[in-house]
Design a protein around this ligand. Structure first.
Ligand SMILES: [Fe+2]
Length: 184
């Protein structure tokens, strides 16, 4: 099931990883369900790296009366998303796939344009973060169901227990900053 020869080849040559199974010879021995899991997981790695970086961006650029609270909250969420990236990438490797890792891999993989480069005011940053995080939770739920149906219980458990629950908690914490309530 594992195809370490191909992984070693990529490490030794510096070849960039692909989303699917490592090599043609390996693919023939690789269950289709695991190939689908690796492709879904790599998409989630790209999404999660983007979300992680978006939290750091807003950690720096957030402004307004709730600056300090959001400044701290976004850094906490950045750390949690970083842990998810690590778990997702290591799941891919344990399945015999090759995880994307570098910024140019994410740029080729990620179709989400919601994490823009423009600065954001406090409420706008909170809204963007909540929407983006909710979108990741929804996509993780979809991929988790696909993994469960394919019999890949380990991936399903990772998505449900870690990715979805973390994102749902982050949506909750960020969304509470969108409630229209007086500051005093
Ligand atoms: Fe900081």
């Amino acid at each position: 099931m594992f195809c370490l020869a191909s992984v070693r080849y990529r490490i030794n040559t510096g070849a960039r990883p692909r989303l699917s199974a490592p090599s043609r010879s390996c693919r023939s021995r690789w269950p289709r369900r695991l190939q689908a899991s690796v492709e879904n997981l790599n998409q989630l790695v790209a999404d999660t790296m983007t979300l992680r970086d978006m939290y750091k961006k807003h950690h720096w650029q957030v402004a307004g009366p709730t600056f300090y609270q959001l400044h701290l909250l976004y850094d906490k969420h950045f750390d949690e998303q970083s842990e998810l990236v690590d778990s997702l990438a290591e799941r891919i490797q344990s399945l015999g796939g090759v995880s994307i890792a570098m910024a140019h891999d994410v740029a080729e993989t990620n179709v989400d344009s919601s994490a823009s480069a423009r600065p954001a005011a406090s409420s706008g940053a909170a809204g963007a973060a909540a929407a983006c995080t909710r979108d990741r939770a929804a996509r993780s739920s979809f991929n988790g169901q696909a993994a469960a149906e394919a019999g890949d219980d380990g991936t399903n458990d990772l998505l449900v227990s870690d990715v979805i629950r973390t994102n749902e908690m982050q949506v909750w914490f960020v969304s509470e900053h969108l409630v229209d309530s007086p500051l005093l």
